[in-house]
Design a protein around this ligand. Structure first.
Ligand SMILES: *[C@@H]1O[C@H](CO)[C@@H](O)[C@H](O)[C@H]1NC(C)=O
Ligand SMILES: *[C@@H]1O[C@H](CO)[C@@H](O)[C@H](O)[C@H]1NC(C)=O
Ligand SMILES: *[C@@H]1O[C@H](CO)[C@@H](O)[C@H](O)[C@H]1NC(C)=O
Length: 588
């Protein structure tokens, strides 16, 4: 593998970087900074010559890429997002095997990109190096820690770029800059030649604009032999995760729902992931304040997020506290202040959570299931926004990123156009080891997903109604869950919400009637059944329920009529015939 020759001092590179980068900026229209500030150093690692025919050419021939500056290249100082780090470290003596594999595979490495200081945060602002400019939304943060790599891809400067993702470092900037971002399953791609952040969470991920490039890079790095593409069988939409999102859920989920219907002729399944995880992860506790609080019933996504953040902090300290102490004043105060000793007592149980999370998601997704969640909470925050340092923003964002980080599952973030002029995206998660399946599915679905994005963008008026219809379905599902848990009043509240959002669905009334029956509110139950029957004259359940309500109210004749009607619609229905016999015996 070729290297650009003499080792270069990083400070020279910082100074000369802009000039060197002009070359790559040809395709950009008058950018404020020619490379959007994505690169910290330019270099050139050229692929080996092509093998002679009839051997196939290198699989990544013609592609160029950039790498986050936490990966080593022999002869270069790795800055790790920090001038102080660069000043106190020697040039790397080995190139990361991942970088070598890509170059040997035919791609050209053209430079190293800016990351957040010590790859610690997910914001993409760096107080010491310049913050790269988000090409898709210049007044917004690009997201971190692999900000420069996402920006280099979004700005069209490279075909793909490597980043590092511990707690969202590839997925978040991918979402904020509007490009595809892939986090592989934990430990399937070598972390050799990379500065560790939190080893039990660290992965090397990559960005691309084109799904086939995303996949080709994956096939090379994951060393996948040829195999048939296996179609996905189940799509699980995690409603509770979409509720965290500030983007109307429908705008994200409808695209997926429609694409799945069109492409595979399947319906998606809606799940409450938090409830599922709570039922599967015995060790999941509320770890807020770094303590194991007795309340295990708390929102389990938040618990997962807290466990991830504690592990991240603990492992980061193990790696870097000594160095931070030696240069303390030079490290961003936000990092230093977050590294308290809170939470050390629960680290063991956080590790159990990680293991159980992997088992839980494997059991749900198996070999052919995809979990659908939003990648981020919403639009990227404005540059320097207070939101970035708010606990709420960080813990909620971590709720979403911790699902793959904690379980070690692979995740891809897929751009879905814009909302309020900022990129939005959705994520697919497959089980640990399902990387090929996930990359193949992404490629298979990408075109139709983008088509649906366009259709949705054009149908602005009808989409509001559609959005309400979907929200109503979600409310109904919640009502059903409450009903199952015998929380009748709560069920009534959810069904009422569903009816408010969409008053045209007989089931909502009929279900609310069932809850009213349990509450012995017979008059309301009767009225709801009548509404349901008006909307759908064939709704057997509503006749049965109205019959029951009327029986309780003492309207026996009307009750018998309702049960009879149910029998007409469903002649074998025992509930109806038993009721009729009972009433006939009582009032012959
Ligand atoms: C977790 O426990 C803390 C302290 O007891 C409490 O303040 C917080 O509301 C709880 N959070 C959840 C999500 O249950
Ligand atoms: C979408 O909105 C624009 C402006 O608000 C309007 O002109 C257009 O007719 C709308 N499109 C549809 C399909 O309703
Ligand atoms: C009667 O019909 C209702 C509504 O279709 C159904 O839920 C119920 O299970 C049926 N009961 C019997 C005993 O067939």
């Amino acid at each position: 593998m070729a290297s650009s020759g003499a080792a270069t001092n990083i400070f020279v590179l910082l100074g000369l970087g802009i000039a060197g980068v002009l070359l790559a900026a040809r395709r950009l229209r008058r950018p404020a900074r020619p490379d959007h500030g994505a690169f910290i150093a330019r270099l050139e690692l050229l692929p080996p010559p092509q093998p002679p025919p009839p051997q196939a050419p290198h699989p990544l021939t013609g592609l160029c890429f950039a790498i986050a500056d936490a990966l080593h290249v022999r002869g270069y100082i790795t800055s790790f997002g920090s001038l102080e780090w660069a000043r106190t470290h020697e040039e790397a003596t080995q190139t990361s095997p991942v970088v070598s594999a890509l170059v040997d595979g035919g791609a050209t490495c053209v430079g190293k990109t800016v990351i957040d200081e010590m790859a610690y945060s997910i914001h993409g602002d760096n107080k010491h190096l310049n913050t790269p400019t988000n090409p898709a939304a210049p007044d917004r943060v690009p997201g971190g820690c692999s900000s420069g790599s996402a920006v280099a891809v979004a700005g069209g400067m490279v075909d793909f770029a490597l980043g590092i993702d511990s707690i969202g470092g590839v997925r978040i900037p991918g979402a904020y800059c509007g490009v595809l971002a892939f986090r592989p399953s934990h430990a399937v791609v070598s972390n050799g030649g990379v500065i560790p952040v939190a080893p039990s969470l660290d992965t090397i991920g990559w960005f691309a604009r084109d799904p086939s490039v995303l996949r080709r890079v994956g096939h090379l790095l994951l060393r996948l032999p040829y195999a048939d593409i296996r179609p996905p069988r189940h799509f699980y939409i995690a409603d509770d995760c979409f509720e965290l999102s500030k983007i109307p859920a429908r705008k994200l989920t409808q695209v997926v729902t429609k694409s799945v219907e069109k492409l595979f002729g399947r319906q998606v399944t809606r799940v409450n992931l938090g409830n599922y995880l709570a039922s599967r992860i015995s060790t999941l506790k509320n770890y807020s304040n770094g303590q194991e609080n007795a309340d295990t019933k708390g929102p389990s996504l938040l618990a997962l997020s807290n466990a991830m953040r504690l592990l991240h902090k603990r492992e980061f300290k193990d790696q870097h506290m000594e160095w931070i102490n030696s240069v303390k004043a030079s490290v961003d105060a936000r990092i230093v202040s977050s590294l308290s000793n809170d939470g050390d007592s629960v680290i063991d149980s956080c590790q159990h959570v990680r293991n159980e999370a992997r088992l839980a998601l494997s059991a749900l997704l198996k070999d052919d299931g995809i979990l659908v969640i939003p990648t981020a909470l919403g639009s990227p925050p404005k540059l320097n926004a207070k939101e970035l340092s708010s606990e709420n923003y960080n813990s909620q964002t971590s709720c979403l990123s911790s699902i793959a980080s904690m379980s070690g599952c692979c995740q891809v973030s897929i751009p879905l156009g814009t909302h309020d002029k900022c990129p939005i995206s959705v994520s697919f998660i497959a089980r640990h080891g399902g990387d090929r399946f996930l990359l193949d599915t992404t490629q298979t679905m990408y075109a139709i997903i983008q088509e649906q994005v366009e259709i949705l963008a054009k149908s602005n008026v009808s989409s509001k109604q559609a959005m309400n219809e979907e929200a109503a379905e979600v409310a109904k599902e919640k009502g059903n869950s409450a009903f199952k848990e015998k929380q009748w009043q709560k069920a009534v509240t959810f069904y009422t919400e569903a009816i408010k959002l969409n008053g045209k669905v007989a089931t909502y009334y009929s279900n609310r009637a069932a809850a009213f029956l349990e509450l012995t509110s017979y008059r309301q139950a009767e009225a709801d059944c009548t509404s349901a029957i008006d909307l759908d004259p064939k709704i057997v359940k509503a006749y049965l329920r109205r019959g029951t309500a009327r029986e309780m109210l003492g309207y026996y004749k009307e009750a018998v009529e309702d049960f009879n009607h149910a029998l007409v619609l469903e002649p074998m229905n025992k509930t109806a015939s038993v009721a009729i016999n009972r009433l006939k015996k009582l009032f012959p």
